[in-house]
Design a protein around this ligand. Sequence first.
Ligand code: FMN
Length: 183
Amino acid sequence: MAKLKLAIVVGSNRRESINRKLAQALAKLGEGAFESSFVQIDDLPMFNQDLEPNRPEPTLRLKREIEAADAILIVTPEHNRAIPAVLKNAIDWASRPYGKSSWAGKVVAVTGTSGGAVGTAAAQQELRMIMTNLAGVVVGSQVFINYKDGMFDAEHNVTDETTHAFLKGFLDNVAKIAGRFAA
Ligand SMILES: Cc1cc2nc3c(=O)[nH]c(=O)nc-3n(C[C@H](O)[C@H](O)[C@H](O)COP(=O)(O)O)c2cc1C
């Protein structure tokens, strides 16, 4: 069976992003089921309706990549109990023009990591609400990862067995749902 196309969006523009590390580990863990690609969002201009008549190329690239995917995996930090501005900016660009949202009917899975005890739970809830409002098909999962140094090695492997099994289960579920929609 052909692999499912998974577009991964990391909601951070930080060079040493721990969410990018988690995303890279998920891309590796999911290699059996998915052909993964990373969606760049840090070069998008700040959304402004005035730019819409002549949309900048990175915003068109974003829509093409979302639309080509069988499923989207968003790995997001939490900023002040909400999603980071860089992620909201990308979501807004891909939701336009009105009536032609790239998110509609897309299978969207959500996770994220932070050093805090309730790592990204509030941001993920907000993100699920936004994606539901945009008519995405949100995978129902609760994957809040409390980041610890050494959790991922230099080859993007998950070092801890329990976390490995937990994340594998999450991806298996995403593959099951995305596979059904792709069929
Ligand atoms: C403006 C700002 C607000 C933050 N707010 C939260 C928060 O609400 N909850 C949380 O768990 N961590 C919060 N943090 C800490 C982030 O979890 C931490 O910076 C993390 O490394 C961000 O993920 P990244 O490395 O992938 O960018 C915040 C960080 C910043 C810069």
